[in-house]
Design a protein around this ligand. Structure first.
Ligand code: NAD
Ligand code: TYD
Length: 358
C-alpha cells in the first residue's frame, strides 16, 4: 500500500489518450487502494477502448468533460477529495498545430490556466499539505538542437511550432503558479514516446498502419531529423516517481538516451514488418516516399536525463529492441482498434495532410 502522505486520489486529465491511458493502467495496477478520476473530453485522440479492462474497477471513474470548464473541475476536485492533478490533456500533434493552431492555444494554454487556477483554490481552501499538480510537458519546448548537445532542465525555452509554443506557454504558467502562489507544482519534459494506444497520426503507428495496408510511407524532408524515443510505460513510471518523490517547483527531463534519425526508424520498422508479414526482404522499404518537409521542422531533440536518474533513481526498463518489437506486435494483434480509430475523421485528416504530398 502507498504511504498516506503520497498522493493517492488523482485527477488525471486526458486519460483516454495515448500516454494518459498507459499511465492510468500502470498507476492503478501498482497502487492498490488509490483512486483515479479521468477527466477527458474525448476529442478525436481520446478513446475509451484504451481503458478497456478497468471501466468496472471501483477505484476508477471516467468523466467526459473539458479541462477549460472551471465549475466541473472545481466540483471534481472537491467531491473526489483529490490530492494530486496529473495533467496530460492536450492537443498533441505538431502537424495539426500547423494547419489549425487556435485549438492548441485554447486547450493547452487556456485550459491549463483553468486547471491551475481551480487546483490553486482547492489546494488553498482544503489546506492539503500533500497536494501536488504535475504538468506533463515535452522536450519540444526547448526548440531544436544541432548535431551535438542535449537539452537540460536549464536550457531556455525556444519553441518553434504552434504545438510546442502552446506547451511552453503552459509550462510558464505552471512556473508562475509556483513562484507567485507557492503552489506545489512539478513539470516533466519527455522525449518522443512510442507504444500501445498511440494514435496513428504519429510516426511509428502511422508507419505500421501504412505498411500493413501497403500505402506510401511519408518521410518529411531528407529524413535526417533526429528524435529520442522512449517506451510509453517508462514515461508513465517516471511520472509516477516524480509525482511521489519530486520536490515541488522542480522540472525533470525524461528521455531514453535513444536517438534515431527518422529514416533509420522507418527502415527498421519496414524490416521488422517484412519478417512478420512474410514479405520479401526490402519489400516494405519500397513504400518509402520522401515528401515536402514540415514547416519549422525541428532538426534534432536529445535529452539529458541525468537529473531524474540522480535524484529519483529512475531508469528506462525497455531496450528499444524489445520495445519496438512489442509495439509492432501490439498493433498487429489489435487491428480492430486500429480500424476503429482510423475510420471516419481520420480519413479526412489523412487526405488533407498527405493528399498532395504522396
Ligand atoms: P493524445 O493526443 O494521445 O491524448 C490527448 C488526450 O487529451 C485525449 O484523450 C483527448 O481527448 C484529451 N483532451 C484534449 N483536449 C481536452 C480538453 N480540452 N479537455 C479534456 N481532455 C482533452 O496525447 P498524448 O500523446 O497521450 O500526450 C499526452 C501529453 O503528453 C500531452 O500533454 C503531450 O503534450 C505530452 N507529451 C507527449 C509526447 C508524445 O510523444 N506523445 C511526448 C512528451 C510529452
Ligand atoms: P511525430 O511522431 O509527429 O512527433 P514530433 O513531431 O512530435 O517529434 O514525428 C516524429 C518525426 O517523424 C518528426 O521528425 C516528423 C517525422 N514524420 C515524418 O517524417 N513523416 C510522418 O508522416 C510523420 C507523422 C512524422
Amino acid at each position: 500500500m502507498t504511504a498516506p502522505s503520497t498522493p493517492c486520489a488523482l485527477l488525471v486529465t486526458g486519460g483516454a489518450g495515448f500516454i494518459g491511458a498507459n499511465f492510468i493502467h500502470s498507476f492503478l495496477a501498482a497502487n492498490p487502494g488509490c483512486r483515479v478520476v479521468n477527466l477527458d473530453l474525448l476529442t478525436y485522440a481520446g478513446n475509451l477502448e484504451n481503458l478497456k479492462g478497468i471501466e468496472g474497477n471501483p477505484s476508477y471513474r471516467f468523466v467526459r468533460g473539458n479541462i477549460g470548464d472551471a465549475a466541473l473541475v472545481a466540483n471534481l476536485l472537491k467531491e473526489e477529495s483529490i490530492d494530486a492533478v496529473v495533467h496530460f490533456a492536450a492537443e498533441s500533434h505538431v502537424d495539426r498545430s500547423i494547419s489549425g493552431p487556435e485549438i492548441f492555444i485554447r486547450t493547452n494554454v487556456l485550459g491549463t490556466q483553468v486547471l491551475l487556477e481551480e487546483s490553486r483554490k482547492h489546494w488553498q481552501s482544503e489546506a492539503r499539505p500533500g497536494f501536488r499538480y504535475l504538468q506533463v510537458s515535452t522536450d519540444e519546448v526547448y526548440g531544436s538542437l544541432g548535431a551535438t548537445g542535449f537539452f537540460t532542465e536549464e536550457t531556455p525555452l525556444a519553441a518553434n511550432s504552434p504545438y510546442s509554443a502552446s506547451k511552453a506557454g503552459a509550462d510558464l504558467l505552471v512556473r508562475a503558479y509556483h513562484e507567485t502562489y507557492g503552489m506545489p507544482v512539478l513539470t516533466t519534459r519527455c522525449s518522443n514516446n512510442y507504444g500501445p494506444y498511440q494514435f496513428p497520426e504519429k510516426l511509428i503507428p502511422l508507419l505500421i498502419h501504412n505498411i500493413v495496408a501497403r500505402k506510401p510511407l511519408p518521410v518529411y524532408g531528407d529524413g535526417q531529423n533526429v528524435r529520442d524515443w522512449l517506451h510509453v510505460r517508462d514515461h508513465a513510471e517516471a511520472i509516477e516517481q516524480v509525482l511521489k518523490r519530486g520536490e515541488p517547483g522542480q522540472v525533470f527531463n525524461i528521455g531514453g538516451n535513444n536517438e534515431w534519425k527518422n529514416i533509420d526508424i522507418v527502415n527498421l520498422v519496414c524490416d521488422l514488418l517484412d519478417e512478420r508479414l512474410g514479405r520479401a526482404d526490402g519489400e516494405n522499404r519500397g513504400l518509402i516516399t520522401f515528401v515536402k518537409d514540415r514547416p519549422g521542422h525541428d532538426r534534432r531533440y536529445a535529452i539529458d536525463a541525468a537529473k531524474i536518474r540522480a535524484v529519483l533513481g529512475w531508469e528506462p526498463s525497455y531496450t528499444f529492441e524489445r520495445g519496438i518489437a512489442e509495439t509492432i506486435d501490439w498493433y498487429l494483434a489489435n487491428q480492430e482498434w486500429v480500424a476503429d480509430v482510423t475510420s471516419g475523421a481520420y480519413r479526412d485528416y489523412y487526405s488533407s495532410q498527405y493528399g498532395e504530398r504522396v
